[in-house]
Write a protein that binds this ligand. Structure first.
Ligand code: RVK
Ligand code: MG
Ligand code: MG
Length: 352
């Protein structure tokens, strides 16, 4: 990454944060839906319309995914040493100033406890969730893109910060490793030259190698458990990518890779969506634009559409850069200018 052209890197920072924003804003109206063939047509028309210049009407609102992602970015921008207490305070302040952004049901308990205990031990409230097993929701993964961008040239620090920033709210290893996998995927996409095509199998194999290392750290080297769930899911991603895309396959993907708010059932699905769009063989998504194809396809898989599209969008935007994102579509999203400004500040903080 160190040899990457600075203008391209800046564009990739914008692309990834905007990708995250667009996935969230454009995916949230379909959250929880079971997507029928008829609804796929509705989604196609919805995206066609969003490309119209100067479209009037209310903006598409962002949800907790973007609200928390911008606070992660601000923490990295604010201080050269990562201050996790500062991050926890920003999360809590953000939540209490705008609580109606569709947060996960249980994470709110963490925010309340953090505030009540005056941030004394910022990791304690999350550890107490779900009778001590911690949350495996995708709330850590949905907000992680700024970490991948900021540490574009320091992989080990990136992994460490991805874990620690997630553990403020999510301590279950599935929640933490899901966020780490999402972070690695964005980092890998960022490292890829947009003029060179990604080979999905190579991309997945590289991800598999890296997540295997992360997952095996939990095993104490004793080989006691069968505990490589994300490695197994990535093998499934590769398997599905080998099958020609058709309507029924989407249902199988939603069932087997998942489309829920569990990190385990959504991060691999976001990776699959990006890879399927790269392969360009999706009959229900009609567009030449790879960025649009990625988020539109992610949404057609149903379920946790805002977050799966947000995570897939962060990868596609990191690969392609800002220029690949239709400006008319981006301008339909609440916070567009704010996110561009945030990406530039993050770039200035990361690239000296
Ligand atoms: C609404 C049992 C568990 C669990 C565990 C389930 C927004 C619970 C965003 C919990 C994202 C839910 C999403 C969410 C992000 C987690 N045992 N069930 N150990 N761990 N769950 O509250 O920030 O959409 O049903 O930590 O991860 O757009 O309510 O929130 O899609 O997962 O929420 O987990 O949610 P939380 P989050
Ligand atoms: Mg959301
Ligand atoms: Mg969601």
């Amino acid at each position: 990454m160190s040899t990457i052209d600075k203008n391209l890197l800046k564009s990739k920072f914008r692309g990834s944060l905007l990708g995250s924003l667009l996935g969230d804003c454009l995916g949230s109206p379909f959250e929880g839906d079971v997507i029928t063939p008829g609804e796929k047509l509705v989604i196609q028309k919805y995206f066609d319309k969003l490309e119209t210049p100067d479209l009037k009407g209310p903006k598409r609102c962002y949800t907790d995914d973007t609200a928390m992602m911008k606070e992660v970015a601000k923490t990295l921008i604010d201080k050269p040493e990562i201050d996790y207490k500062h991050m926890a305070k920003l999360f809590v302040k953000e939540y209490f100033s705008e609580p109606h952004r569709g947060y996960g049901q249980n994470v709110v308990e963490v925010f309340n406890k953090l505030r009540k205990t005056k941030f004394e031990d910022i990791y304690k409230p999350a550890k107490e969730q779900f009778n001590g097993s911690g949350s495996f929701g995708n709330g850590g993964a949905m907000r992680i893109a700024p970490v991948a961008l900021y540490f574009h040239d320091n992989y080990d620090a990136m992994i460490n910060v991805a874990k620690q920033s997630t553990e403020i709210t999510h301590t279950n290893s599935l929640g933490v490793h899901g966020a780490v996998l999402q972070c690695i995927a964005v980092h890998q996409a960022l490292s890829h030259d947009p003029k060179t095509a990604i080979t999905p199998k190579d991309f997945c194999d590289e991800l598999t190698k890296k997540i295997k290392v992360v997952e095996s750290e939990n095993d104490d080297g004793l080989g006691l458990h069968d505990q490589n769930p994300y490695e197994d899911k990535l093998n499934f991603v590769n398997y599905f990518l080998g099958i020609k895309c058709h309507e029924e396959l989407d249902e199988e993907v939603a069932q087997n890779l998942g489309n829920s708010i569990a990190a385990y059932d959504s991060v691999p699905t976001a990776i699959y969506s990006f890879m399927r769009a790269v392969q360009n063989d999706i009959p229900t998504v009609n567009t030449d634009n790879l960025f649009r194809r990625t988020i539109q396809y992610a949404i057609t898989l149903g379920g946790d559409t805002d977050t799966i599209a947000c995570m897939a969008g962060a990868m596609a935007g990191a690969y392609l850069g800002e220029e690949a994102i239709d400006k008319n579509m981006a301008k339909q999203c609440e916070g567009y200018e704010m996110i561009v400004d945030l990406a530039d500040k993050l770039y200035a903080a990361a690239v000296k």
